[in-house]
Write a protein that binds this ligand. Structure first.
Ligand SMILES: Nc1ncnc2c1ncn2[C@@H]1O[C@H](COP(=O)(O)OP(=O)(O)OP(=O)(O)O)[C@@H](O)[C@H]1O
Ligand SMILES: [Mg+2]
Length: 315
């Protein structure tokens, strides 16, 4: 668990982070979101002590981080940033292996870990491993940055716009990957973005920041349903928050499940249980239909989603 209590950071006269209180539970993904300059990166960098705080307290598992050895603290906190911060004269493999090396893992264990992470992030363990950072595309370099953050198996992940330089499709697939990794590894994560859709998708709870303060800290659903101020309402986009709400839920929660799987009727479109309700609505509109079948991986029909029920979700 990470706790920030009355944390402030000044740069000269300017207040970058203004007396914030924030508790991040073990295993949760806390997303800091807000406009440029609101203090997101500064907050993150105080958690791993890259920046000292001006006042207040930061505790990890009840222990003040100022009492810990900064090196040891950072080895337990994976850190990924938009500009990747890769060492230019080191290969991809050596960059990813840096924390395991510092942790004095045996070479074989380290190499296996590097290979595993390259594969996990969709990089080629053979060819990409031997490249230097300047031989990578921006998106590949960002993945290497994320792999490096995960390499030492830290309990805490700090991620500062790690997907910022990626195209929409790669970004989407890394977000999916991140959700999968999160379900598997359950790391306590603080993730910074200025993209509210990314925040809604990844967060257990979102902390909305403005001018160094936290103005709302809540679940994605609560932020959409009960924005604390006009600023938050603006950030989430009042016009399509109904659709954003549908995007948070999956078909599995709403479908009427058949007692037994059936052979599907031949229809134009169908859903998977993991599709969002937003996709379900979109496909219903597209097919001009009031219900859609839900198929399992084998192609058997396991249930039905119906439009009338879908439209009640927002209420
Ligand atoms: N080293 C520094 N010296 C002086 N001022 C700084 C320094 N680092 C940050 N600031 C100021 O602190 C404020 C918060 O900066 P921070 O980098 O935390 O914002 P951010 O929310 O991460 O923004 P962005 O979305 O653009 O990355 C800004 O006004 C910035 O100019
Ligand atoms: Mg920043």
């Amino acid at each position: 668990m990470i706790e920030l209590k009355g944390v402030t950071r000044r740069f000269g006269e300017a207040v970058a982070v203004d007396n914030i209180d924030l508790t991040i539970e073990t295993g949760e993904v806390c997303v800091l979101v807000g406009s440029s300059g609101c203090g997101k990166s500064t907050t993150l960098r105080m958690i791993n002590r890259l920046l000292p705080r001006t006042s207040g307290q930061i505790l990890v598992d009840g222990e003040d981080i100022n009492k810990a050895d900064p090196e040891a603290l950072r080895l337990n906190m994976g850190y990924a940033i938009q500009s990747t911060g890769l060492f230019p004269h080191w290969t991809v493999a050596r960059n990813i292996g840096v924390v395991p090396t510092l942790l004095k893992w045996p070479a074989q264990k380290r190499d296996e870990r590097v290979t595993e992470l390259l594969a996990l992030l969709g990089l080629d363990p053979e060819t990409d491993a031997r490249k230097y950072p300047h031989q990578l595309s921006g998106g590949q370099a960002q993945r290497v940055g994320v792999a490096r953050a995960l390499a030492g198996d830290p309990n805490i992940l700090l991620m500062d716009e790690p997907f910022g330089a990626l195209d929409a499709i790669t970004r989407e697939s890394l977000q999916q990957e991140m959700l999968r990794i999160q379900r598997q590894l359950n790391k306590t994560t603080v993730f910074v973005t200025h993209d509210i859709d990314e925040a809604l998708k990844l967060a257990s709870r979102i902390a909305v920041m403005d001018q160094g303060r936290i103005i709302q800290h809540d679940t994605p659903e609560a932020i959409l349903r009960r924005p604390a101020s006009a600023f938050v309402e603006n950030l989430i986009g009042k016009g399509d928050r109904g659709l954003k709400l549908l995007a948070l839920r999956t078909v599995s929660g709403l479908m009427e499940r058949h007692p037994e799987p059936r052979h599907p009727e031949p229809v134009t479109d169908s859903l998977n249980e993991s599709d969002s309700l937003r996709i379900a609505l979109s496909l219903m509109l597209w097919n001009n239909t009031e219900k859609l079948p839900v198929l399992d991986a084998s192609g058997a029909e396991v249930g039905i989603v119906n439009r009338e029920q879908l439209l009640k979700v927002g209420a």
